[in-house]
Write a protein that binds this ligand. Structure first.
Ligand code: PMP
Length: 399
C-alpha cells in the first residue's frame, strides 16, 4: 500500500479509543447473551412516524436529487428563526449552514477557526470524538482538566493559562454536557466568553442537548455581548427529535465564516439530502411540544436514578442537570471506571461507559445513559450500587 498521510493516521491519537466495554457488550449480544446497554446516547424510541411520513412525502415528490449545499432556504430560515427566538440574537439564513449532523458541524467549526498546527482547547471530560475531530482539522487538541468536586465546570484561570501558553485559536465547550450532565450556569458561561474575548479565540459552543434541561436554564454564549462575532453554535436534531440516524444538524456563525464553511461543504459533504431536510423542517415546525415529549422520559429517569442513589452511600453522583446521562462516582471501590465497567459487564451483564473514555478528569466514574425503560434502569442502577458496595467491603476487609 502507498503511504498514508500523517493527518489521517494520527486522527485517533493512538492508545485506547475508549470503546472497549461497548465493543465487548456488542460481542456478547452477538453471541446470544442478554446485556443491558447503558452506553450510547441513543433513544429507546424511534424517529416519530409523522417525521418519517414527511420524509417519505418529500422523497416521493421528487426531492431525491442534489439539494442546495448550504441547505434548503426554508430550513435555513426555520433554524435561524428558532435560534433567534431562543437567544434574542438577530439571526438570518446567512448565519446558518445545514450539515449532516452536529459532528460535521464540529469539524467545520474547527476548520474555520484553526489553521494547520494551531491549538484548539476543549474541556475534559469531553464527548469522545472531540480530540479526533480537532486533529482531523489539522489542529492540535489541548484539554482543560476539570474536577468532580467543581461539578466538572471549567476554571477560567485554567482556560486563560492554556490559551496563553499555546496561543490557542479556539475553545470548544458543551452545555448541557455529555458525559457529565452538567449545565453551565450563567457565571461560568460569562467567564468562558470573557476568556475568548481576552485571548481573541473562537468559542465553539456544542449545544446539541439544548432541549434536555432538567435543572437550571440553557444559556447560549452567542447571546452575550461581543460574542456573536466569535461564536460558532453547533446544533442537531439527533437528540432533540430522536433523529440520530438522519444525520441532520447545523452550524450558526457570522456570515463571512458561514460563506467559507459553504466552500468546505462543497468540497466535502456536498450538502444534506433534500428529503432529510424536509423532514427536519417538519420536525422543527412541531414546536416545543414534540421536543418536550422526547425529553420527558430522560427527565423522569434522571430523578429515578437520584432516588435509587439516595438509598445508599457508596456510589455518589453530581445530579444530572441536563442531557441523557448520569455520571456515577465509584471511587469508593478503589477501581478505575474502566475496571469497574469491565467487572460489571462480566458479573451482571450491564454495559456502561468508563469515565476514562471521556478523558482523565472523570477517572473513577462511569457514565450511565438513561436510555432504557424506567424499571430496567432503576434495577440496573440498584445492581450497580450493590456491586460497588460489595467491592468496597471486599476492599476494606482486605486491608
Ligand atoms: N456533541 C455531543 C456532545 C454529542 O454527544 C453528540 C452525539 N452523541 C454530537 C455532538 C454529535 O451528534 P450528531 O452528529 O448526531 O448531531
Amino acid at each position: 500500500m502507498a503511504k498514508l498521510s500523517t493527518r489521517i493516521t494520527s486522527i485517533t491519537g493512538g492508545g485506547s479509543d475508549g470503546w472497549e466495554v461497548f465493543n465487548r457488550a456488542r460481542q456478547m449480544i452477538a453471541a446470544g447473551e442478554t446485556v443491558t446497554e447503558l452506553t450510547q446516547g441513543e433513544h429507546d424510541i424511534l424517529t416519530d412516524d409523522s417525521i418519517l411520513d414527511a420524509m417519505h412525502r418529500s422523497a416521493r415528490s421528487g426531492q431525491t436529487g442534489y439539494a442546495l449545499v448550504p441547505g434548503v432556504p426554508a430550513l435555513r430560515d426555520a433554524v435561524a428563526a428558532r435560534v433567534q427566538a431562543r437567544t434574542g440574537v438577530p439571526t438570518s439564513a446567512d448565519n446558518v449552514l445545514i450539515t449532516p449532523g452536529g459532528q460535521s458541524a464540529l469539524f467545520a467549526a474547527h476548520m474555520a477557526a484553526c489553521s494547520p498546527g494551531d491549538t484548539a482547547l476543549y474541556i475534559d471530560p469531553y464527548y469522545a470524538t472531540y480530540p479526533g475531530t480537532i486533529r482531523a482539522a489539522s489542529a492540535k487538541p489541548v484539554a482543560i482538566q476539570t474536577r468532580a468536586r467543581d461539578a466538572f465546570l471549567p476554571d477560567p484561570e485554567a482556560i486563560n493559562a492554556a490559551a496563553q501558553t499555546h496561543a490557542a485559536r479556539s475553545l470548544l465547550v458543551n452545555s448541557p454536557n455529555n458525559p457529565t450532565g452538567s449545565v453551565y450556569p450563567r457565571e461560568s458561561i460569562e467567564q468562558i466568553a470573557k476568556s475568548c474575548v481576552d485571548n481573541d479565540m473562537w468559542l465553539i459552543s456544542d449545544e446539541v442537548y439544548d432541549t434536555q434541561i432538567w435543572k437550571g436554564a440553557h444559556l447560549s454564549p452567542r447571546a452575550l455581548p461581543e460574542m456573536a462575532d466569535r461564536t460558532f453554535v453547533v446544533g442537531s436534531l439527533s437528540k432533540s427529535h430522536a433523529m440520530t440516524g438522519s444525520r441532520i444538524g447545523w452550524i450558526i456563525g457570522p456570515k463571512p465564516a458561514i460563506d467559507c464553511m459553504i466552500d468546505l461543504a462543497t468540497s466535502t459533504t456536498y450538502g444534506v439530502p433534500g428529503y432529510i431536510q424536509d423532514a427536519a423542517l417538519f420536525a422543527l415546525a412541531q414546536g416545543d411540544a414534540l421536543e418536550e415529549q422526547i425529553a420527558t422520559p430522560f427527565r423522569r429517569r434522571r430523578t429515578l436514578v437520584l432516588d435509587v442513589l439516595s438509598e445508599q452511600n457508596t456510589v455518589t453522583a453530581i445530579p444530572s442537570n441536563g442531557a441523557m446521562y448520569t455520571m456515577l462516582d465509584i471511587r469508593a471501590t478503589g477501581l478505575s471506571g474502566f475496571d469497574f465497567a469491565q467487572a460489571l459487564l462480566t458479573e451482571h451483564k450491564i454495559a456502561v461507559m468508563p469515565g476514562e473514555s471521556f478523558g482523565t478528569s472523570a477517572a473513577g466514574h462511569i457514565r450511565v445513559a438513561l436510555t432504557v425503560a424506567d424499571d430496567k434502569l432503576a434495577a440496573s442502577v440498584r445492581t450497580i450500587c450493590q456491586f460497588a458496595e460489595q467491592l468496597t467491603q471486599g476492599r476494606s476487609n482486605a486491608t
